[in-house]
Design a binder for this molecule. Structure first.
Ligand code: PNS
Length: 172
């Protein structure tokens, strides 16, 4: 078992400054962080897995000891395969807690070696979710404080395409 490496799983659609803040905090606790990107079956993603991996690689390129990977299937199986049993999750507001507690409990049931550690992001990111950022982008709001610069342009372009597509559907 490797208890020097922690895994930070998520869908990261797209990664926000809040995610980056959690990665940096986790690096203060562990010498190496593996960011594991996957598709969340309960969400419709705006960006492909590959695009999300590229975003994460770009925004962590100056951070040492961060590795970006992807997985499919159960997280509990993936951590077993990697022999890494520390899972990092960000906990922002109270409403996150129920979902996070469920996930941590299920993962523990599936694999008793797993420990989930919750990190609290800087308060300026405590309300920040990828879903909120996507909505702000659709509404053409300023998102520059919430998202790394290199993702901002891509997100705006994607929001434009999605709006165009929806408009066509509505006109029929
Ligand atoms: O960033 P997200 O979408 O909140 O991350 C949730 C994620 C992807 C970590 C979670 O849905 C997950 O672990 N998915 C993999 C499938 C799995 O193991 N499901 C059972 C655990 S609830």
């Amino acid at each position: 078992m490797n208890n020097k490496i922690a895994i930070f799983p998520g869908s990261f659609d797209p990664p926000t400054n809040g995610h980056l803040n959690i990665i940096i905090r986790a690096l203060n606790l562990f010498p190496k962080i593996m960011v594991a990107v996957t598709n969340n079956l309960n969400k419709n993603h705006w960006f492909s897995l590959e695009e999300r991996i590229n975003f994460l690689e770009e925004i962590t390129k100056n951070l040492k000891n961060v590795q970006i990977l992807s997985f499919s299937g159960l997280l509990a199986n993936y951590v077993k395969e990697k022999k890494i049993f520390i899972i990092i999750r960000g906990l922002r507001i109270v409403s996150d807690f129920e979902y996070e507690l469920q996930m941590a409990t299920i993962n523990k049931k599936l694999n008793n070696d797993i420990e989930t550690i919750f990190l609290i992001p800087d308060y300026s990111y405590s309300f920040l979710t990828s879903a909120l950022i996507r909505e702000l982008a659709l509404l053409e709001s300023d998102i520059s404080n919430f998202i790394p610069k290199c993702i901002e342009k891509e997100l705006k372009e994607r929001a434009f395409l999605i709006k165009k597509k929806n408009l066509k559907v509505c006109k029929k």
